[in-house]
Design a protein around this ligand. Structure first.
Ligand SMILES: *Cc1c(COP(=O)(O)O)cnc(C)c1O
Length: 481
């Protein structure tokens, strides 16, 4: 167990610690990534990226958190989104990719705007919904796809990505990987459980994207994918996954926290961020940004009625919710966040893949830095209505959970919170993806963003399959020889 011992407490200075030094040496040595289950060997970034999950079923995390000095953070004020993305992600990719190639990738991936919308005083919404599939998952998927393509091409390899989706992940990944040379992608979705628009975002692509509609639930789709990964008859396909546990999805999600700071803050000040959370990939990006040196006063982790995390933060005891509760913020219907093991690791604990706490985390430090609240569907709807009436702020259900969480925090802190405290709540999807709910509440029909226009009339390419592994395997073998 010596190696286990070495691996804890590695995360040196606390985020608020002053006088930290930049680890310039890390720019010359490739960063290593360890598995949160501590039973797999450390890997370099590109290896962890192409692997996805560690062989011991843990999640990859950087052995050291790269630091960004206050002077450099201040310089971000003059930079565009893709430039900040370059400077932040480069810390994780030292010796892994040339500076020029990384620049090309981020410039190409982040060619859309990231609006910061003032709601009142210094309270803002950051809209992460202007990518090609109108959810924040585009930020991660687009960079991850391009990085994978880069490494596969260099190694003259191909990959077949299998991904099961309940909506947003499938479309973000399919769009991000569409047209890449060394990657094929198969998306499985439950036929009756996605909206028409969500389906069309996947089925209207074609080329290297194949889509399977299954007469099944999301969990069945997920199970078929897992069975395929474990099937020796399919070894020849080079199967990989693109789900939210891949380190390649986490690193790009650090960037927009630095961006918000750069564009809203003219002096060194700590921001309150509110993050509507399901699998906790988004909030992990934020917490990593803080550990890299971004000044943060508090992260508000706003969940829907799946309140396993708020309960854990209060009690220190973790109980997942099975089955997860169905709420209108459907992308956050998660009863056990897949990234929680990473958060626990950052605070010195160990959580295995089943959600068992093998070593407690430092709860006191966690409570210092995070605040969490569960928002009911009733409050989510009410918040959409009130935000529109009061500020002409248009929210969809996920962003509404985040905004409601922020309002609760502000109310609870009362006078302790300075009136001019800078606060940023994340909006993770475009309201036009949820037209029915929003029209019912506010009476207005959200306009389609350019990326979704025309989609209703495009031809669709998809195959239908029964919920049966033998059929799924035959389909894979006949389509990818
Ligand atoms: C996936 C998703 C979330 C939850 O993000 P996590 O990283 O899983 O916490 C929130 N909102 C939308 C719209 C999403 O698609």
């Amino acid at each position: 167990m010596g190696s286990v011992k070495n691996k804890i407490g590695r995360y040196g200075p606390s985020p608020q610690a002053k006088g930290r030094t930049d680890q310039t040496t890390s720019m010359h040595k490739p960063l290593q990534f360890y598995s949160t289950n501590l039973k797999a060997e450390n890997l370099r970034f590109h290896e962890a990226l192409l692997k996805g999950q560690a062989p011991d079923k843990g999640l990859y995390m950087p052995v050291n958190i790269p630091q960004i000095l206050p002077e450099e953070i201040a310089e971000f004020r003059e930079k565009e989104y893709w430039e900040i993305a370059y400077h932040v992600t480069r810390r994780f990719l030292a010796e892994e990719i040339s500076d020029d190639e990384l620049k090309t990738i981020v410039r190409d991936a982040y060619d859309y705007e990231v609006p910061l919308e003032q709601v009142y005083e210094r309270k803002y919404i950051m809209r992460l919904d202007r990518g090609p599939t109108a959810s924040f998952k585009d930020f991660a998927a687009r960079m991850m796809g391009r990085l994978m393509q880069h490494y596969l091409k260099a190694g003259n390899r191909r990959l077949l990505i299998l991904t099961a989706t309940s909506g947003d992940t499938g479309s973000a990944v399919a769009n991000a990987f569409y047209g890449l040379d060394n990657i094929d992608i198969v998306v499985l979705f439950p036929r009756d459980e996605v909206t028409d628009r969500q389906r069309k975002q996947m089925t209207t692509l074609g080329k290297n994207v194949k889509v399977l509609a299954l007469d099944a639930k999301f969990d069945n789709c997920q199970a078929l994918v897992k069975q395929a990964f474990a099937d020796p008859l399919l070894d020849y396909l080079g199967l990989s996954s693109a789900n939210s546990i891949n380190i390649g999805r986490l690193v790009p999600q650090i960037v927009y926290y630095f961006y918000a700071n750069a564009k809203l803050s003219s002096a060194w000040e700590q921001i309150v961020f509110s993050v509507p959370s399901g699998n906790f990939g988004d909030m992990m990006g934020g917490v990593l940004a803080m550990k890299m040196g971004l000044p943060v006063k508090k992260f508000i982790i706003a969940t829907n009625e799946n309140n396993e995390f708020p309960n854990y933060l209060i009690s220190g005891k973790y109980n997942k919710i099975e089955p997860s509760r169905n709420c209108i913020s459907s992308a956050m219907n998660v009863g056990h966040p897949s990234n929680l093991a990473r958060l626990v690791a950052l605070y010195g604990g160990i959580m295995d893949e089943k959600g068992l706490l093998l070593r407690a985390a430092d709860m006191e430090q966690m409570r210092n830095e995070l605040w969490s609240v569960s928002i009911t569907d009733e409050e989510t709807r009410k918040t959409i209505g009130e935000a529109w009436d009061r500020w002409k702020l248009l929210l969809e259900p996920h962003g509404s959970v985040g905004w409601a969480g922020l309002l609760r925090y502000i109310r609870e802190q009362g006078d302790q919170l300075a009136a001019n405290q800078l606060c940023v709540s994340l909006e993770t999807a475009h309201p036009a993806k949820f037209p029915d709910e929003i029209q019912k509440i506010t009476g207005i029909e959200p306009a389609l963003p350019p990326s979704l226009q025309g989609i209703d009339n495009k031809p669709e390419y998809l195959s239908e399959l029964p919920n049966n592994y033998t059929d799924f395997r035959s389909w894979l073998i006949s389509n990818y020889k």
